[in-house]
Design a protein. Structure first.
Length: 355
């Protein structure tokens, strides 16, 4: 895999598919990577928030990186989330990233307990040492960690950690993003938004791109925004941004990640188990209880979401049959096959969760 120079542009935080027994479906993950990169996306974020890293074991996270690299186009930039609350686990993930050929790693702030700015700076400095020769992107997602990476923290980390080369900002606050832009950052430092709703404003303000959930579901559409902007076609870029806003609003009427997965299922991918009987033995398997608890409700909610999506952005592209291969899945925004009324696997996320 040849190294891409940076994360500039649109990148996709991949969603994680599962088998019916709760195990990770690595083969489908590779197909998803192929789907994303064949659409023109040249950055893939492995095991981020949309990838449900918090619900995965270390071994599962490692195998997902391998699966992504297997499916990625040769010029794809692979970013691997190495966040862990145990130093040995984080070191293990960094070592795996280097050995597998990831281009860079990413870490969030620590979560669960609150920390002051001095502690956060120390934490990121330690992560930088563990990263070693691997470029490191900080990941600001205070809605989940409850420990924001403030501009002050960012400046101190950049002043002391030369291998910190960028920041994914999922604060959902455009003013915060602009405050990062006002810092004295190293030459080539990349500021990336994690908010589907702010991609075009970020680019127009001088930002470097976006790692946004919709790029993992409708990659060709998201790539169009970048291409139009780079070509100076602002009216077309605004139209795509409007579509992303509509899609984002529909997703949040149900629940992020779960609804993203349903959209992928309607494009022919197999993202997880359908609703199961509460008495089924599989419910005793790890992680399955939260995937099946709300099955009947979500089945109706997802159908309503998809009909709203079709009506709001005018989809006319017939979707593939569930048996179609990944290579025949065609373009974005297909209509659902009438027999597909299952609920996508995975249930992480809240209706108000950050991207």
């Amino acid at each position: 895999m040849s190294q891409s120079p940076s994360l500039r542009g649109i990148s996709a935080p991949q969603l994680t598919p599962f088998h019916t027994d709760g195990s990770v479906n690595y083969e489908e993950y590779t197909k998803l990577t192929q789907f994303i990169t064949k659409a023109g996306i040249r950055g893939v974020f492995v095991c981020g928030t949309s990838g449900e890293f918090i619900n995965l074991t270390l071994e599962e996270r490692k195998k997902l990186l391998t699966a992504a690299i297997k499916g990625a186009a040769d010029d794809t930039f692979i970013l691997f989330n190495t966040t862990a609350m145990d130093k040995a686990d984080m070191a293990d993930l960094f070592a795996w990233a280097r050995s597998e050929g990831a281009h860079a790693a990413s870490v969030t702030a620590p979560y669960y307990h609150p920390y002051d700015e001095a502690a956060l700076v120390s934490y990121f400095q330690e992560a930088s040492k563990l990263s070693g020769s691997l470029p490191l992107y900080l990941y600001n997602i205070p809605g989940m960690t409850h420990n924001p990476i403030t501009p002050k923290v960012m400046q101190q980390v950049c002043d002391t950690c030369p291998n910190v080369v960028g920041l994914k900002d999922s604060s959902m606050d455009f003013i915060t993003f602009q405050e990062f832009q006002c810092l004295d950052l190293p030459q080539g430092f990349e500021l990336i938004t994690g908010n589907d709703a702010q991609v075009l404003p970020v680019l127009q303000s001088g930002g470097d791109g976006g790692i946004v959930a919709m790029a993992a579901v409708f990659p060709a559409l998201c790539q169009q925004l970048w291409d139009h902007y780079q070509a100076g076609h602002l009216d077309q870029a605004r139209q795509v941004q409007k579509q992303l806003l509509q899609l984002r609003g529909l997703v949040r009427k149900v629940m992020p990640i779960m609804s993203h997965k349903k959209m992928l299922e309607m494009q022919g991918f197999h993202m997880g188990p359908p609703p199961a009987s509460p008495s089924a033995p599989s419910l005793l398997r790890r992680r399955l209880w939260w995937r099946t608890a709300c099955g009947p409700f979500w089945a109706t909610a997802y159908d309503q979401l998809w009909l709203s999506l079709v009506r709001s952005i005018g989809c006319h592209h017939p979707g593939p049959h569930p048996g179609d291969s990944a290579g025949d899945r065609g373009g974005d925004l297909p209509l659902p096959h009438p027999r597909r009324r299952t609920v996508a696997g995975g249930g992480a996320g809240r209706a108000d969760a950050p991207d």
